[in-house]
Design a protein around this ligand. Structure first.
Ligand code: SAH
Length: 466
């Protein structure tokens, strides 16, 4: 488990002052589960980098974790904890760089708020929710995210990618802010924590995230994951972050954001919507049209994100549109919200002037509802006539169907699906779209990766070529 932080700020060795660790020494500290070592692979006036290396003793760790309440079993002896940055790294940051994270630097106080070009590299990190989630949490904080996804096995490359990434995060900011972001977000990435949580965790979260979480578009996802989906703690933290008062009998989640655990059985769809929303946030779009919006689940998420000034849902089905009105509490919306939102009936197989001038469009689990021979009409409506800068498309990965016990071979996941594509078929379609309409594209998996059949859902992100 290795974190390095590098800077080219002049003089780069200021980093040593800020971190209270001398560049010429290797220092070691005892932490929960093992040891943390701090050293400087390079320390010149031009470039300085500090490394925080954790040595986690997996066997000792299991012993330490064996409390009367814990359900740690033998399988935990064989775990990935020693290799991946997670809550251990977060704990090590707070233990080893406490002064820097809390903004103390007696010798050079002016450095505390000094913004510098910083690059943090996490040698390996496990990310539940994949690259989309990684970007969704770091990019709104100003980071440029470079993520390298590791394949599961170099010999069996067709097993596909793992959920492990090497991540580079670049930003210009004060070191205390970088450390606070890492402290809060590392345990959020893999969604696993090595200790039991209590109200004390809420205090830590507010202390480290209080400055930047309130305006983060994914604050609820972050808070929930940080607090391991413990509902009452999440509510407490969200109330403090959003300055609202909790009532005794307030047992509804504070918002209907898709991360709500009570809808676990629909996790995959929420994950899809979450990933699509993250892509839309990153695209910088201010106006979005949700094509085949159904009952408005994506719109409900987008509404909570201030970046989106105009959110339009279109569907062919009046029944679905009525459900969307209910879900979005149309009758109770303020005039300002009503100005932002539009629901309209229309078919994607016809050219429609109302679809022009959107920055981005979403087609979430829609294409597979069209007969293949009508898909070409949808393609022209979206990519030739509406031609938004970004289009995000999701569809099932049919290879994954073998994992669903209830499906016999050749069955589709939904009665109304007219086709379901393999990863290769989806990639071939995306390639065709990109050539025909002048878009570049990238395909991401959505959902838990299976080494043989990939992820349950697949997402293509199209960008209009300029
Ligand atoms: N995007 C929504 C709903 C997916 S279900 C979600 O992710 O929750 C597919 C939706 O596509 C249905 O609501 C269906 O009415 C709509 N649809 C199917 N064919 C369509 C067409 N030709 N034009 C517009 N919408 C269509």
């Amino acid at each position: 488990m290795l974190l390095t932080i590098a800077t080219t700020h002049a003089p780069a060795t200021d980093l040593g002052f800020l971190l209270h660790k001398h560049p010429d020494k290797v220092q070691s500290f005892e932490i929960t589960g093992g040891k943390a070592h701090v050293f400087y692979p390079e320390a010149t006036a031009e470039r300085c980098s500090v490394a925080l290396l954790l040595e986690i003793d997996a066997i000792n760790l299991v012993r330490q974790l064996k409390t009367p309440n814990s359900s740690v079993s033998l399988q935990h002896y064989v775990n990935d904890r020693p290799y991946v940055a997670s809550s251990f790294m977060s704990h090590a940051i707070s233990a080893v760089f406490a002064s820097a994270m809390n903004g103390r630097c007696e010798t050079r106080p002016a450095l505390i708020d000094q913004k510098m070009d910083l690059e943090a590299t996490l040698a390996v990190v496990k990310v539940k929710g994949g690259e989309g989630f990684l970007r969704a949490v770091f990019e709104p904080l100003g980071y440029t995210v470079l993520a390298e996804n590791h394949i599961l096995d170099e010999v069996f490359t067709d097993w596909g990618n793992s959920s492990y990434f090497t991540v580079h995060l670049r930003n210009t900011l004060a070191i205390k802010d970088l450390l606070s972001h890492l402290f809060v977000l590392l345990p959020v990435l893999d969604n696993e924590k090595h200790y039991f949580i209590s109200k004390h965790e809420v205090e830590k979260l507010l202390a480290k995230g209080g400055d930047w979480l309130p305006t983060h578009p994914y604050k609820e996802a972050i808070v929930r994951r940080y607090l391991r989906n413990v509902g009452n703690l999440t509510k407490l933290a969200m109330a403090q972050l959003t300055d609202t008062t909790l009532t005794e009998d307030d047992d509804e989640p504070l918002t209907n954001e898709p991360i709500a655990v009570k809808k676990r059985k629909n996790d995959l769809h929420f994950q899809r919507l979450e990933s699509a929303a993250a892509v839309l946030v990153q695209s910088g779009a201010q106006s979005v049209v949700d094509l085949g919006c159904g009952e408005g689940k994506l719109m409900q998420i987008l509404m909570k994100i201030g970046q989106f000034r105009k959110i339009t849902g279109m569907d062919v089905s009046m029944t679905e549109l009525r459900k969307a009105k209910d879900r979005l509490h149309w009758d109770q919306l303020s005039p300002r919200e009503l100005e932002r939102l539009t629901l309209m009936q229309g078919s994607l197989t016809f050219r429609d002037k109302r679809l022009a001038d959107f920055d981005a469009a979403a087609l979430i689990e829609v294409i597979e509802h069209l007969d293949l021979e009508r898909l070409a009409a949808l393609e022209r409506t979206v990519f030739e006539f509406a031609k938004p800068k970004t289009v995000v498309v999701t569809t099932p990965n049919s290879e994954y169907n073998v994992k669903y016990d209830a499906l016999s071979a050749g069955d589709f996941r939904h009665d109304d699906h007219r086709f379901e594509w393999t990863r290769a078929e989806f990639a071939a379609w995306a390639t065709k779209i990109s050539h025909q309409f002048g878009y570049t594209f990238e395909i991401l998996g959505v959902g838990m990766l299976d080494e043989n059949v990939g992820t349950p859902s697949q997402m293509a992100i199209f960008k209009k070529q300029v």
